[in-house]
Design a protein around this ligand. Structure first.
Ligand SMILES: [Zn+2]
Length: 153
């Protein structure tokens, strides 16, 4: 099961060669689509519900299209405009945080079998540790801060 999952993951990264891949705009569209879907599950009236389903699906489809698009220049320009808009609305820092944790999450899944992740309390860098149970102390490779960790599982 695990092996098959990993094969699928690497299969996807091979598939993405020469494509745009996931950028901020696509991640934003994916998350927005998910939120609309969740909100929609609480709506009973079928007409607004249908409208929201269509909207959620359109956003999702556009995000998928952007990820696999070969017109990288055009997609980069879209993403650039989107980031400028965020700056205008003072939302750029918030979205960066969300994208950062989404990427962390995918790293955690990717290395689930062999590694665990912790953040350095001093410089906030993400540290990848070998999966070895128990307490450990080491210096952060970026800032040299002594980090104590305990890995349970
Ligand atoms: Zn550090």
């Amino acid at each position: 099961m695990q092996q098959r999952f990993r094969d699928a993951f690497f299969g996807i990264s091979r598939l993405l060669a020469g494509r745009n891949g996931t950028d901020k705009l696509s991640i934003f569209l994916f998350i927005l689509s998910l939120i609309i879907n969740m909100v929609n599950s609480f709506i009973r009236a079928w007409q607004p519900s249908l409208l929201l389903s269509a909207l959620s699906f359109t956003l999702f489809a556009f995000a998928v299209f952007r990820t696999f698009s070969k017109n990288i220049q055009k997609r980069r320009l879209e993403n650039f405009k989107f980031e400028n808009l965020l700056k205008l609305l003072y939302l750029d820092k918030l979205l960066s945080k969300i994208v950062y944790s989404a990427k962390n999450f995918s790293l955690r899944i990717r290395y689930f079998k062999t590694h665990r992740f912790r953040t350095c309390p001093n410089c906030k860098k993400l540290l990848r540790l070998t999966k070895k149970r128990g307490k450990r102390e080491f210096s952060c490779p970026t800032c040299g801060h002594k980090v104590k960790v305990r890995i349970w599982l």
